[in-house]
Design a protein around this ligand. Structure first.
Ligand code: GLU
Length: 307
């Protein structure tokens, strides 16, 4: 297949939607991003990479980071993680408080904000916020093969300043005894993981282990293990896109994760990973043009997991 032509075509298909949708504004620093940005990277398991548009420009990865935090937290605590967070699609907005009351402080899944904070708490464990962040950054740098991956401090500060609702979620979870660390430590890791800046190329490269049964695709070195990898992919498919996860599975049929910075990471099991970025979001906060590009990519390649 001529993958470069397919990636170019996927980007052209999304062109009509470039700049459409709303750029996230609940975090003021995200609102300043140019809504016309559009990039796509496809990285195959042997590392061959095909890019189009703004694929090398770093953007705020937001909750795409949870895919990696979850991988690390599972390494730390294994299946005990599921005592603290569920595995069910929520059908609710990412920062909803409502279900937490009936669910007694156990978030429905790791990809909603409250669940991501529980994952951060488990990653911190008996260490501290700084150690957990360092572990996450080291992991991303190693997986992406890029030492320069950093937290965008301007976004982190903005996220913290505008973080009343996220703090409320963490306090609420904590009130049920479902956080072992102080709320301030937990939200500090959460805000900072969301504020990591990476490009489409870096994110797709970093996620390759998820396409190769949890091993480094190129060296075969174990990263996560096949069973945990399968579980993360199942959660990405069912819960990776807020309350439009079903629609994403219907249209694209790949395990994926949306971030409110406009990125979408998609894993093509056995084949590789793709990442698209376009900051304009639909009402459920998935990148509008980004989903169109991935839809075309899958139509042209037949890579839906349901084929
Ligand atoms: N920290 C972001 C927020 O609270 C994460 C959103 C996301 O990308 O899911 O909105």
């Amino acid at each position: 297949m001529d993958y470069q032509a397919i990636v170019d075509e996927a980007l052209s298909a999304a062109e009509t939607y470039r700049g459409h949708g709303d750029v996230a504004s609940h975090i003021p620093a995200l609102a300043t991003v140019n809504p016309k940005k559009l990039g796509l990277a496809l990285v195959l398991r042997d590392g061959t990479t095909y890019c189009a548009g703004d694929a090398d420009e770093a953007f705020s990865i937001q909750s795409i980071s949870t895919v990696f935090t979850l991988s690390l937290a599972l390494q730390h605590v294994g299946g005990a993680l599921w005592n603290h967070v569920g595995r069910e699609a929520s059908g609710s907005p990412l920062n909803s408080l409502v279900q937490l009351e009936s669910d007694k402080g156990k978030p429905r899944n790791p990809f909603m904000n409250a669940g991501a904070m529980v994952v951060c708490d488990q990653l911190i464990g008996s260490d501290d916020a700084e150690t957990a962040m360092q572990e996450l950054l080291d992991f991303l740098r190693e997986r992406a093969g890029e030492d320069g991956i950093m937290v965008d401090e301007r976004v982190a500060m903005s996220e913290s300043k505008a973080g009343a609702l996220n703090r409320s979620l963490a306090h609420y979870v904590s009130s049920f005894g479902n956080l072992r660390n102080p709320v301030d430590e937990v939200v500090s890791v959460y805000f900072r993981q969301c504020s990591i800046a990476m490009s489409c190329r870096q994110l797709a490269t970093a996620a390759l282990y998820l396409a190769c049964d949890g091993t480094d695709c190129r060296t075969g070195t174990p990263v996560l293990g096949p069973e945990r990898t399968r579980r993360i992919l199942a959660l990405m498919l069912t819960c990776g896109h807020y309350d439009n996860s079903g629609d994403f599975a219907f249209r694209i049929g790949l395990p994926g994760k949306s971030g409110s910075g406009g990125g979408i990471l998609a894993v093509i099991p056995g084949v590789g990973a793709a990442c698209v970025w376009s900051p304009g979001l639909n009402a459920a906060r998935t990148s509008l043009a980004g989903a169109v590009a991935l839809e075309r990519l899958v139509q042209r390649t037949g890579w839906s997991v349901f084929v």
